[in-house]
Design a protein around this ligand. Structure first.
Ligand SMILES: [Fe+2]
Length: 290
């Protein structure tokens, strides 16, 4: 296995300026499946949105090559590929939703063998709820609850200064995986996802110009929010997605597509105008998941 961590720190990531004081960090890896952190600088603090599980010197890279400002961590949801490296920042404030913290605590107390290392560290985060503001000094992140279609722990963050919308895995360019826990654990379905997107659009109210997801490319034009809503409407109207759900970053990597709560034969991929949803055809309407 290639030991990228022993490479010079300034070679382990590439930083891309996507808005003023707003960086996308591309960490070196053999596949493109790992999430990419964003760094958002205010006058007082710099926020790392999703520390990821990349086995690299993330903190050293940020401190040497991106910013000298005091750091805070903001997690989009509990999944370990987004939070595993939070342990590197235990002396910094770490923000996440209450559900994310509950899930990480559970995994810390009763480690899930499939998620080894996903709940590293001993930190206790600051939990945020819908409407809370994380103040970076002259720049704020507004917390917007997203009712858990990919994960019940999701929180979306709107940068009200430069119009960046940090969506975690609830909106991304490769495929949004409608997961959320499976039957009996969650009411995730396409109808709820559509309603979440409509709520998000109302809340954003023209204040965002780009979407900044951690997977499969950042930034994305905010216009894609409308196309994703249309994608949902097509599924709700009876258009069934493809049986072959694979992409370069899903189904071809070791995660496979045996998503918890899904029966493989049920999974479909619906593509529309540059958006893509991977979903279960038995979880379309609210009535399917009651
Ligand atoms: Fe996720």
């Amino acid at each position: 296995m290639t030991d990228f961590k022993s490479m010079p720190v300034n070679k382990q990531f590439m930083r891309i300026l996507i808005k003023p004081d707003t960086w996308l960090l591309n960490g070196i890896s053999l596949d493109n499946a790992a999430p990419h952190p964003h760094v958002v600088e205010g006058d007082k603090y710099a926020a790392i949105i999703d520390t990821t599980d990349l086995d690299l010197e993330l903190r050293k890279y940020i401190e040497e090559c991106v910013t000298q400002k005091p750091l805070i961590v903001v997690s989009s949801h509990s999944h370990g590929d987004h939070t595993a490296n939070n342990y590197m920042f235990e002396d910094c404030p770490i923000y996440m939703s209450e559900v994310a913290w509950e899930e990480i605590k559970q995994n810390r107390e009763n480690p899930n063998p499939r998620m080894t290392g996903w709940a590293k560290g001993t930190y206790t985060p600051i939990t945020v709820k819908d409407g809370d503001i994380i103040d970076l000094g002259g720049r704020q992140l507004e917390c917007i609850k997203f009712c858990g279609c990919h994960s019940p722990s999701s929180m979306v963050y709107l940068d009200t200064k430069y119009g960046c919308l940090f969506t975690g895995d609830e909106f991304e360019g490769g495929q949004v995986l409608i997961m959320g826990g499976g039957p009996g654990k969650s009411n995730n379905c396409i109808e709820l996802y559509r309603d979440n997107l409509l709520d998000l659009k109302r809340r954003v109210d023209g204040r965002a110009t780009i979407i900044c997801p951690p997977h499969n490319g950042s930034a994305i034009d905010i216009l894609l929010l409308d196309y994703m809503i249309e994608n949902c409407e097509r599924i709700l109207a009876g258009h069934e997605g493809m049986k072959d759900v694979r992409s370069m970053t899903f189904g071809l990597n070791p995660h496979g597509y045996n998503i918890d709560g899904f029966v493989n034969d049920d999974i479909r991929r619906s593509e529309w105008m540059g958006t893509s949803i991977v979903y279960s055809k038995s979880r379309i309407f609210y009535r399917d998941v009651q």
